[in-house]
Design a protein around this ligand. Structure first.
Ligand SMILES: [Zn+2]
Length: 138
């Protein structure tokens, strides 16, 4: 069972258009154990609506780059039928490059990773439960 803990949003001003960029941090628990964190980022008022995100799963450890931790960058948007779409992205496209996130996987490696099912399980919860994101796409 997945439970998400929601932090207060951070609001920044987009350099390209002076609209608000919303940055979200969430902690994910699985059967009440710390399991993952994810970040989301989106800007209000852009013509094309999408959000960027990254899900980081694994041990935090004490290494500079935790070896048993992997991160999966992705993009969320709505298709013409107003259904959420999730697209994995390459590492270099990710606005998050923090070493503490562990190894950030390119799309092709992410798709073959044994944890990819957990990633899509979490994104299912995100589009259903993350009110700030849902509100943005509404
Ligand atoms: Zn902008």
């Amino acid at each position: 069972m997945i439970r998400i803990e929601f932090e207060e949003p951070i609001v920044e001003i987009c350099e390209c258009c002076n609209n608000e960029t919303i940055k979200l941090t969430r902690f994910v628990y699985k059967d009440e154990n710390a399991f993952a964190i994810y970040y989301l980022k989106f800007t209000k008022g852009h013509d094309y609506k999408y959000a960027l995100g990254i899900i980081s799963i694994g041990d935090w450890g004490t290494d500079e780059e935790p070896k048993n931790r992997f991160s999966f960058p992705f993009r969320i948007w709505l298709n013409d039928n107003n259904e959420y779409q999730i697209g994995l992205m390459d590492k270099e496209e990710s606005p998050w490059q923090n070493a503490l996130l562990g190894k950030i996987l390119d799309r092709k490696d992410a798709l073959q990773h044994p944890w990819i099912k957990e990633v899509f399980h979490i994104t299912d919860h995100i589009v259903f439960e993350d009110e700030k994101l849902i509100e943005y796409f509404d």
